[in-house]
Ligand binder design. Sequence first.
Ligand SMILES: NC(=O)c1ccc[n+]([C@@H]2O[C@H](COP(=O)([O-])OP(=O)(O)OC[C@H]3O[C@@H](n4cnc5c(N)ncnc54)[C@H](OP(=O)(O)O)[C@@H]3O)[C@@H](O)[C@H]2O)c1
Length: 264
Amino acid sequence: MESKQNSTALEGKIALVTGGTKGIGKAIADRLAQAGATVMVTARNQPEETDLKHHFIAADFAEPGSTDKIVNEISEKFGRLDILINNAGGLSSPGGGFSVLTDEHWNNELQLNLMAAVRLDRALLPKMIEQKSGVIIHISSTSGLVPLWEANMPYGVAKAALNAYSKTLSNEVASKGVRVLTVSPGGVRTGGMESFLQGLAEGLGITVADLTQKMMDRIGGIPMGRMAEPEEVADLVYFLVSPAAAYLTGANYIIDGGNLPVVK
Ligand SMILES: NC(=O)c1ccc[n+]([C@@H]2O[C@H](COP(=O)([O-])OP(=O)(O)OC[C@H]3O[C@@H](n4cnc5c(N)ncnc54)[C@H](OP(=O)(O)O)[C@@H]3O)[C@@H](O)[C@H]2O)c1
C-alpha cells in the first residue's frame, strides 16, 4: 500500500477546503497537502499563527459576499482550482421536532449546509469546465439518509437536499471532465460534534455520556463500536479526489462504522 508520507499523487493540484481549520475539514486539508496539493482553507476565524499550515481565506457563509471573496482570492493567488471540498456545515437549530423550529432555524441550516456549496460550485465550476478537469466533494451526513426528527430535522433535510443536488450536478458535468461526489459520515469525533452533544444534553437535562448512548441506540448502534476519527474521513476524501478514482462520480460514500441498517 502507498505510504501517506511519500505520496505525490496530488502534486501540482490546487485545492480549496471550506471549513478547513477544524475537525473533518482540517484533517482533509492536511491529508491533501500531505499528498502534494497546494491547499487553501476557509473559515470565519483565523487559526493561531502556529496552527496555520495552509493559505487561509476568512469567509462567513452566513454573509452574502463570502463566495465572491473566496473566488477573488483564488483567482488572484492561483488562477485555477482542481479540487473543491465543500465541507463547512453543521447544525445550530434546537432538537425537539417540528413545533420548535422557526423559519430562521430552517433558513440557517439550509444556507450553511446546502446554499454555501451551491453558490461556491456555481462560481468555480466554469473554470473547471474550461480546464476540462476538476473534482468537487460535498461533505454530507448520514443524517441526510435517516429521519432523526428529535435531534436535527432541518440539518438532515438540508443534507438530503445536498445529496440530491450533488447527484444531479454530477450528471450535468460528468461529460465535461468534472467529477462530483458526496461523502456521508456518521458520527465523527470533532469539536462540532462535541458542542452539538453538549447543547442537546443540556436541553434534555441529561449527561453527554447518557445522550451519546441514547443516540447510538436510537440509530441502531455502530457495529464498529465507536465514532470515526476525522483522519479516517480525510483518507476516504483523499482517495476520491486522487487519480485512482478517475471513474467515480455521482455516488454517495457512507463512512459510518457499519451503522446504517440497510442493504443498498
Ligand atoms: N462531526 C460529525 O460527527 C459529522 C458527521 C456527519 C457530517 N458532518 C459534516 O462534516 C462537516 C464538518 O463537520 P465538523 O464536525 O468537522 O465541524 P467543526 O468541527 O464544527 O468545524 C467546522 C468548520 O467549518 C467552519 N465554519 C463553521 N460555520 C461556518 C460558517 N458559517 N461560515 C464559514 N465557515 C464556517 C469552522 O470554522 P469557524 O468556526 O472559524 O468558522 C470550522 O473550520 C460538516 O459539513 C458537518 O455537517 C460531521
